[in-house]
Design a protein around this ligand. Structure first.
Ligand code: BGC
Length: 878
């Protein structure tokens, strides 16, 4: 039988990379920030081994969940524990990921479902604004509420784990296809946004899965595979040094762990030439050791490339469970059962895997909030197959439960609050009474195939309100800008006409000539690498507007001297050709606003919402200004592409600042219909004690219950129906060697286990660790900064006040964002901005001591309205 033919050589061949000896991370110094791959110290970097995998200890907010999880796991058989960790295979059940159930205890299988912006593959759900869009609100309340509402929708559909939010990619290169799923290339902004989102999701009773850990910064070559014309290419290796890892890419993951994320998804790519889902250094040492992560690590879909070694390297759950989609084979399942029975994997490691999964379950209250899964990812039909790939178990699969509640109102408001006003020559707000409103651009109108007409939104037809790939959700409706603007104008009996074919030059000219105001909608899209849109394999091929947007703007501005441009985009676009044109009287960036797109932009255009969003990335004049880029072509030969992160911590505004490059619109920039004045910075020093490195030893690894060592107890039950290609924990022989179907079973090579990997004795605690997120003293407040912000215009408005710090060293960025607050201020009034500066905020990573330290370089705090308008400053005397 197919399911019995478990992956043969895995026990042997996949142990190779985890044992590599070089120790790049601890030894590397911050490399010279240049983008030359030839001279890179990072070329062919290796990742050191770190074992054993830390076991959960219930620290931080996890104590209660830990006790409950241990009590549960103690009751389980070995097969039942394995079932918790292993997916049943692609399209084996209703959700995009499903593990096995424990019927004896009435425990139904866990359901893992995309996406970071809503429930994917379901009807009667909301399509929220994307992460990279709501980031621009700089509003903790918006982030929490969006998280909570998404969590509620997942909960009511029966989902246990929402596969989001995203902080990897962080957004190293603006072309990165999935940047829009995450928040911002700034780690502090991303860290706060991810924390609020996690709290929201988990307060709704659903486990958040923060992804993708880590350095999954481009789509090209994220997975191994055949590349036309090049042969087999291994997954890309993101090569990074220790300092950059800590000060930039790991930062928001630390915040996610501190916020209590129940799960973290390891990514497809390699890091320093070791696949992220079996990289013992990144999972065991950094994530579970230093950051004290208590939840479970789940593989991205087919990102597991090894059985025993991925378990020993800290992976806790494999998704979707099969080696590749629908092979019927698994690195775990039966192989995990065998590995514990023959002593290759110690019982405590499997117990820890199961405990972590169950602790996340209890942490968010799944025991109280769980409802049956009432939708099916693979069909919207009411009746169909319970096991879609196998076409087995016909019955009711979709109950079409409407879970949207009143979320549309919040979605509209969140999108409007996230809209950024980039230019305004007194053109906005509009009144609706303009004599002749003309709307231009395909981006203003419907997709002729319908809002969900392209699979996983893999097209750029009609108005753009989310990117493409697994990070999407079906629109219940999509309010187009054209419909909303028409509603607005018709209230006043004015005239509105549109041309939504970007290439109808004659008609565009004719209409533009008549317009008293022209509203031009343009966009730029990107998505996940398994779909190619207009030649873009996930990552964008360039930063220009799609569908000849530049030509459209040129054609309209040639005939109308009051042209307002609205950009829907996944990130920065090049505006150099037209932003300064005097006929462009206003520019708005509206991101990917979700289902209420038209209403939210109308709220801003017509002044019901005074724009307060600010850019969460830099808009540069040219692509090369960013200093980083995507690798689009594989190297010669069959090695993995080497993506050396030579620029260090200098991405986005940090790179522009360092190289004195003038952006068009800088990070943090955004206008309002009113104006603000900054004054009166005040710095209060707090009395925090000295920083103490964590010392001592952990307890020994707990072993929960015992298990039969008789292989006869693990055979496929005779009274059970085998489902095609389904992954089970059972064996097909009482001879473990035969059951493994591994020809190298028992040979010396097969038995290689990295040193220390099975050792469950007490282990030294890590100096920079000590609690979820890292050493708790990193969050000690050292200073509190206040400033006065006055609204000196004539209407109420909201201002995102930003606090930057200069760490002062020669290798430090000019400034780094460390705090912000969105203040709502009445006309003629002022408000007080307040932000804390923690020890972490002032620290650098020391590769030698493997800990954070505050350098002796002079430090300055700035309060301003953007990364380049640092209006107030004060020295920080430590
Ligand atoms: C993506 C993940 C997603 C998973 C399940 C993968 O291709 O990288 O983000 O959660 O598929 O759909």
């Amino acid at each position: 039988m197919l399911w019995l033919a478990q992956a043969a050589a895995i026990l042997a061949i996949h142990l190779t990379k985890v044992g590599a000896a070089a120790t790049l991370y601890p030894n590397a110094t911050n490399p010279n920030p240049s983008n030359s791959t030839n001279a890179s110290e990072l070329n062919d970097a290796t990742s050191p081994p770190y074992y054993p995998s830390p076991w959960m200890d219930g620290s931080g907010q996890w104590a209660d969940a830990y006790t409950k999880a241990q009590d549960f796991v103690r009751q389980l058989t070995l097969l039942e524990k394995v079932n918790l960790t292993t997916g049943v295979g692609w399209e084996g059940e209703a959700c995009v990921g499903n593990v096995g159930s424990i019927p004896r205890l009435g425990f139904r299988a866990l359901c893992m479902q995309d996406s970071p912006l809503g429930v994917r593959f379901a009807d009667y759900v909301s399509a929220f604004p994307a992460g990279g869009t709501v980031a621009a609100s700089w509003d903790r309340g918006v982030w929490y509420q969006r998280g909570y509402q998404m969590g509620m929708e997942h909960r009511m559909k029966g989902v246990d784990v929402q596969l989001g939010p995203v902080v990897g990619p962080l957004g190293r290169s603006p072309e990165g296809g999935r940047n829009w799923e995450g928040f911002s290339p700034d780690p502090v902004l991303s860290g706060i946004a991810v924390s609020e989102t996690i709290r929201g999701i988990q307060d709704a009773g659903v486990i958040a899965c923060t992804k993708h850990y880590i350095l999954n910064e481009q789509e090209h070559f994220r997975q191994p595979g055949d590349v036309a014309g090049y042969g087999f290419v291994d997954g890309i290796s993101s090569n990074i040094d220790d300092k950059t890892l800590h000060e930039l890419y790991l930062w928001p993951f630390a915040d996610a762990v501190r916020a209590g994320t129940g799960s973290i998804m390891c990514s497809y790519n390699q890091v320093n030439n070791s696949y992220a889902c079996q990289n013992s250094y990144l999972i065991n040492y950094i994530l579970k050791g230093e950051l004290g992560f208590q939840g479970f690590v789940m593989s991205d879909w087919s990102a597991q490339h090894a059985g025993v070694s991925s378990s020993l390297a800290g992976l806790d759950m494999t998704m979707p469970g099969d080696t590749a989609f629908d092979t019927g084979l698994s690195f775990w399942g039966a192989n995990l059962t065998i590995a514990v029975l023959n002593g290759t994997i110690p019982e405590w490691r499997l117990d820890d895997m199961a405990t972590r999964i169950m602790a996340a379950y209890y942490l968010v209250g799944r025991d109280r909030t769980q409802v049956p899964v009432n939708f099916n990812s693979w069909s919207l039909d009411t009746y169909g197959y319970e096991h879609p790939y196998a076409s087995m178990g016909y019955g009711l699969i979709n109950q079409h439960v409407d879970v949207r509640a009143e979320h549309g109102t919040a979605i509209r408001s969140a999108a409007a609050r996230s809209t950024v006003l980039l230019k305004n020559n007194n053109a906005l707000p509009l009144s609706g009474k303009e004599k002749f409103t003309a709307v231009f651009g395909e981006d203003a109108d419907n997709n002729a195939y319908g809002p969900n007409g392209c699979s996983d939104h893999g097209c750029d037809d009609g108005t753009l309100a989310q990117g493409w790939g697994s990070g999407t959700a079906s629109f219940p409706y999509l309010v187009t800008p054209l419909a909303a603007i028409q509603n607005e104008v018709l209230q006043y009996g004015s005239i509105i006409q549109s041309v939504t074919n970007n290439w109808a030059y004659t008609q565009i000219e004719a209409l533009a000539k008549q317009a008293s105001v022209a509203l031009v909608f343009v966009n730029a899209d990107s998505g996940e690498g398994y779909i190619t849109v207009d030649g873009n394999e996930g990552d964008r091929n360039n930063l220009t507007l799609w569908k000849d947007g530049d030509a459209l703007i040129k054609n309209v501005t040639g005939y109308c001297n009051n042209t307002v441009v609205v950009i829907h985009s996944v990130g920065p676009v090049l505006v150099d050709a037209w932003y300064n044109n005097p006929n462009v009287t206003a520019i708005l960036w509206a991101g990917l606003p979700g289902e209420q797109s038209g209403n939210s932009i109308a709220d801003v255009l017509y002044g019901r919402v005074n724009p307060g969003g600010k850019l969460t990335f830099t808009m540069g004049a040219s692509r090369t200004d960013y200093g980083t880029d995507i690798i689009y072509k594989p190297p010669n030969g069959h090695a993995a592409p080497q993506d050396n992160f030579d620029e260090g911590v200098f991405i986005d505004y940090r790179y522009f600042d360092k190289n004195n490059i003038d952006p068009i619109y800088e990070f943090g920039f955004g206008l309002s219909y009113t104006t603000f004045a900054y004054s009166n910075i005040n710095v209060i020093k707090a009395s925090a004690g000295a920083y103490t490195p964590t010392t001592g030893m952990t307890l020994e690894a707990p072993v929960l219950g015992n298990y039969s060592t008789n292989p006869a107890d693990y055979q496929f039950p005779s009274n059970m129906t085998y489902v095609t290609a389904y992954i089970y924990p059972y064996l097909n022989s009482t001879d473990l060697s035969k059951a493994s179907e591994d020809s190298s079973y028992g040979l010396p090579t097969e038995k290689y286990i990295p040193a220390g990997a099975t050792d469950g004795s007490p282990q030294p605690r890590i100096a920079a660790g000590g609690g979820p997120g890292g050493n708790p003293e990193l969050w000690d407040v050292l200073f509190t900064v206040t400033a006065t912000i006055a609204n000196n215009g004539t209407i109420p408005g909201e201002e995102v006040v930003q606090m930057y710090v200069s760490l002062g060293g020669p290798d430090d960025p000019k400034v780094v964002l460390r705090g912000f607050e969105r203040l709502s201020i009445q006309a003629g009034s002022s408000a007080t901005f307040t932000a804390d500066i923690t020890r972490r905020d002032l620290s650098n990573w020391d590769t030698a001591t493997q800990n954070w330290f505050i350098s002796s370089y002079p430090k300055t705090v700035y309060v301003g309205s953007s990364s380049r308008k640092l209006l107030l400053s004060s020295a920080l005397n430590i």
